[in-house]
Design a protein around this ligand. Structure first.
Ligand code: NAP
Length: 281
């Protein structure tokens, strides 16, 4: 079984981006810039944002974090986004989720210029992705896709099953694999026989948030299995896939931690570089 090393893949992607940023600086006399807006003091969000800032600096991007207390008015955030949309030195804008209850997530996402939407959440980018046009793609599914391609470059005709239909993970994952001519089934909490659906998969992506939901006897022999889940349990962080059982069946499997997670931030940097390049055309 191939243990898919997300840390290594992410380090390789960051190194590619670091070299590309040097070339872009030579060509355009400036580097891509990423601005992250962080509202409130939720510890996980603070950790994510710190890691994003550190990684962005490592690859040579201009990186800025704008912080607000969780009592900040929605209007203040919308005005800031408007200012960043107009600012040439800012290639990518990310508003760290979740937001305080009084701030409307939809309004915030829609305020970001789609050309600077490095999270790929703006309806324009969602539509472009599903229409097969160029777009920013949400970072976690993009990371999963790159890991799958490393294992299996020829995806055409493969049967892919996605467990979970969130806008963040399941739906964009479906679009990416459809674009590769996979036959894709997307499953969710109302799916009648999840095990039977999973057993059909050459490529199985689990993005559910239920610890070790996908068991060994749900997986076809030699399937590629991508585990997006991050679940805190008594035995530590586990994924949505029962690792020990599934590793006996799968051809390749991502561990948790150390699989999909590290690719998410690397893909955010990739999206920032892509937004910069498109803005220079
Ligand atoms: P989410 O928005 O809660 O969506 C979960 C999806 O799973 C929903 O579509 C839900 O179906 C489906 N589901 C729930 N119970 C199910 C069941 N028993 N059988 C089949 N499907 C079921 O979650 P998310 O944001 O996509 O996150 C999923 C997991 O990925 C979480 O553990 C999260 O922490 C992790 N995550 C990891 C990364 C990373 O970088 N590795 C990034 C983001 C998220 P319905 O639509 O019918 O409710």
């Amino acid at each position: 079984m191939i243990l898919i090393d997300g840390k290594k893949a992410a380090a390789e992607l960051r190194e590619e981006l670091r070299k590309e940023v040097i070339e872009l600086k030579d060509k355009h006399n400036r580097v891509p810039g990423l601005t992250v807006i962080l509202i409130g003091d939720l510890t996980p969000s603070q950790i994510y944002v710190r890691n994003k800032e550190k990684s962005a600096k490592e690859v040579g991007l201009n990186s800025e974090v704008v912080k607000y207390p969780d009592t900040v008015e929605e209007r203040v955030i919308l005005d800031k986004i408007d200012e960043l949309n107009k600012e040439d030195s800012v290639s990518g804008i990310l508003v760290q989720l979740p937001l305080p209850k009084h701030i409307d997530k939809k309004k915030i996402i829609e305020a970001i210029d789609p050309a600077k939407d490095v999270d790929g959440f703006h309806p324009m980018n969602v539509g472009n992705l599903s229409s097969g046009y160029e777009s920013s793609v949400p970072c976690t599914p993009l990371g999963c896709y790159l890991l799958i391609k490393q294992i299996e470059p020829k995806l055409s005709g493969k049967k892919a099953v996605i467990v979970g239909r969130s806008n963040l993970n399941g739906k964009p994952m479906t679009q990416l694999l459809l674009k590769e001519n996979c036959t894709v089934t997307i499953t969710h909490s109302k799916t009648k026989d999840l095990k039977a659906e999973c057993l059909e998969a050459d490529i199985l992506v689990a993005a559910v948030g239920i610890p070790e939901l996908v068991k060994g006897d749900w997986v076809k022999k030699d399937a590629i299995v991508i585990d997006v889940g991050i679940n805190k349990t008594d035995k530590g962080i586990v994924g949505d896939v029962a690792f020990d059982e599934v590793s006996k069946k799968a051809k390749a499997l991502t561990p948790v931690p150390g699989g999909v997670g590290p690719m998410t931030i690397a893909c955010l940097l990739k999206n920032t570089v892509e937004c910069f390049k498109r803005s220079q055309l």
